[in-house]
Structures are given as C-alpha cells and as structure tokens.
Design a protein around this ligand. Structure first.
Ligand SMILES: [Zn+2]
Length: 397
C-alpha cells in the first residue's frame, strides 16, 4: 500500500481500510498518513506527488496553484512574501475552475473514494460543494453534497456532474454536517470526513512539496485564513514529512486568520485554551463576511490539530474585521489586478497587520471569480432535494 496511518494521540500505527479516520484505540487524535518511500516527484499537478498521496493512480485532473513572489505585497509587509495562488486568472497560469483551493481537496478525496468504490456524503459551507459538484464526473461514484440553505446563493457551477447530488439543508452548517453523517449511515455509504479525510489533507500538503521544489526552502512563516483549519494543518504535516525525509530543516510558523466577530480559533488561542467556545449566541453565517470561515467545530482541540501545530511551530492567530479584509482586497487589486474571495482577503489582512519576518508564504485560498465569469457561462446548480431534518433523508435516492 505504501503508507500506514498514525494516530496523533496514542501513536498507534494501523492499516488504512478506507474512510475510517478515527483511532482503533478510541482516542480522538488526528489520523495522519506515514509514507514508506521518499518523495518521488513525477508528472504535473497534484499527482506529481502521488507517492505521498493515499491513492494508487491519478485521475485526469491536471490543474495546480500558481506560486509567485509578490514584490508589491512584499514592500507593503516589509518581508519577502510569496503567494500560493488558488483561483482563476489564466494570465497568471491559474485555471482552477471553482476558484478555490477546495478544488484540490475535492479532486483527491474523489479519487480516494473512487479507488475504494464508495459513494460519499459530504457537508460544505460553499467552496467544497462547488468543487464536488463540478469534479464528481472524474470518478465512477456518487457524491451527496449537503449545504446549509444560507450559502446556496454562493454556489456556482459551469457544469454540474451527473454523479453529484445537491441537498439543501434548512439550518446551519452544523445541521448540514449532522445530516450528511446520518445519511451516510442510513444508506451505508461513506461519510467523506472533511478535514479529517487523509486524501483531502495530503492533497493540500502537496503545496509544501511544490513550494520546496520550486524555491529550495520552506517559508519561515505560513499565513492562511481558516474555517476548519484543514489547509494549515496540511501544510504543517507536509513540512514535517519533508523534514523527516531530511529535505528541509525547519517547519514554518503557522499563522491562522479569522473574520470577526466569529473567530473561535483565534479567541481560544489568545485565551491560551485548547477548547473552542461552545456558543457565540448567533449563527455566524448570518453575520460573518467571509462565510466559508464559519466552522463551529474546527480541527483545533484534538491531538495533532491546530492547537498543537500552532504551539509546536510557535505560530499564532489573527482576527480581522470586515473593513480590514475589504481594504486588503483593494490593495490586492491594485497590486495584481485580481479580485480575492472574502476568505483570501481575510488572510491578506492578517498578514498586513502582523509583524511578519523573513520569507513568508501567504495562501491565497480563493480568487478570480469575476475573471472566470468572463470566460465561462456559470449558473447556480439546481438542488436535487431540500431537507429539514433526519425524517426527510429517506426520500433521497
Ligand atoms: Zn489513538
């Protein structure tokens, strides 16, 4: 198989049986992959690093984020700033058709499901849904995508795959997650697992290998806006694999950004707490500008989660206001003539208000939606079902 799974809590190593991202000992540590062979880059896109992905063969997806050093952002920040540009802007070579890094996660997750011959149920606050709707066509399985009603207006697709089914949940993101999980049990299909899915995280970890291969070093600091924290954890895990293999010396400080007034990770970190506050007294989807950052149950407290990697890497958290985010977005348009997604604006705003040092990598998690609209006809995908509670799940075929 070429890899085994390791529990970040008890250290148990075990075999991957497919879609069981929890420890056989019953502890709650994050489950990570441990690859048996050194990294052997070959080919292009994420599949260039396939021997450090939990799949055997690639599918036909061959797009990739674009790496560049940004002189204008560097001079604003006063450090050497590199961008991992996930989005659509062909002039730069960036062609992600759903405009965000969730596309990379979804494609690898679909490949993993395809190889295990399992239909999946997945919950999303928007970007992952777009990606699963579009790219389910790559694999011969069916994906059931559950989204909260409030983000339906943000969905878009230039071609919805026949293999994907869209289920609108009348409720919060948590409700969508809960129903996706219940549906998977009811139908005996796999619960996709979100950020706990090893295929998703290892796909995002390829950014560390890509960056290291291109520049010959890892950044001193890594900035990203986070909802679940999947991308930041993945970049750290990827860095650690390179260090373990002797290819790199030190992992970057992991700095995560969130959008006020809902910044549970940053608030917990600043309070030096491993626990996330249970309730903010409002549904963040109703008040937060960058809606994709409203995950109430991020991968923070569990061993191997954000609390641990921010501690180990001497990183920190930064929260920014909507005003700061939009102002960062305007700066980026002046610098690179590309519109950022709200979440990417939050990441840039956090970098601008931090005292970053040395070589910094900013993950531009989503951008270029307006540019995409010029090239392709996009539309809102039709929902296949609208559900309110568990009783409605029976009708889904
Ligand atoms: Zn364990």
């Amino acid at each position: 198989m070429g890899y085994s799974l390791v529990c970040k809590d008890c250290g148990l190593r075990f075999k991957d049986e497919g879609f069981d991202f929890s420890c056989p000992n019953g502890c709650s540590g994050v489950i990570s992959t441990r690859y048996d062979t050194p990294l052997q880059p070959e080919g292009s896109g994420i599949w260039r690093y396939i021997n450090w992905l939990p799949v055997k063969r690639p599918n036909s997806y061959d797009l990739t984020p674009v790496l560049l050093r940004s002189d204008p952002i560097s001079s604003e920040v006063g450090a050497e700033v590199y961008l991992a540009f996930h989005g659509y802007f062909p002039e730069m070579g960036a062609k992600l058709l759903t405009c965000t890094f969730k596309e990379v996660e979804a494609v690898a997750s679909l490949r993993y499901a395809g190889e295990h011959k399992r239909d999946i149920a997945v919950a999303s606050a928007g970007n992952a849904a777009n990606a699963f709707l579009r790219f389910s066509e790559l694999e011969d399985i069916r994906s059931y995508i559950f989204i909260p009603e409030r983000v339906f207006g943000n969905l878009f697709c230039e071609r919805k795959s026949e293999n994907s089914k869209l289920i609108i949940v009348k409720g919060s993101y948590d409700a969508a997650q809960d129903l996706a999980r219940k549906f998977s049990r009811l139908k005996g299909i796999a619960y996709e697992g979100g950020g706990l899915n090893i295929a998703r995280r290892d796909a995002l970890a390829t950014l560390a290998y890509h960056f290291h291969e291109r520049y010959g070093f890892l950044p001193d600091e890594y900035y990203q806006s986070v909802g679940s924290g999947t991308g930041a954890i993945a970049f750290y895990e990827g860095s650690k694999r390179l260090i373990r293999a002797g290819a790199a010396k030190q992992s970057p400080k992991i700095v995560v950004a969130q959008n006020e007034p809902f910044a549970p990770i940053v608030d917990a970190w600043n309070a030096k707490s491993r626990e996330i506050a249970k309730d903010y007294g409002f549904d963040p989807l109703e008040v937060v500008y960058a809606k994709v950052l409203t995950n109430k149950s991020p991968i923070y407290s569990a061993r191997g989660g954000l609390y641990d990697i921010m501690s180990e890497s001497k990183g920190h958290g930064v929260s920014v206001s909507e005003k700061e985010a939009k102002s960062a977005g305007n700066l980026f348009i002046k610098a690179h003539r590309i519109g950022l997604d709200p979440a990417a604006e939050v990441g840039l705003a956090a970098l601008l208000k931090s005292r970053a040092n040395g070589r910094v990598l900013l993950n531009i998690t989503g951008a270029g939606y307006q540019r995409l609209k010029k090239d392709v006809k996009i539309e809102r995908p039709d929902p296949d079902w609208i559900v309110e509670g568990a009783d409605d799940l029976e009708m889904i075929r």
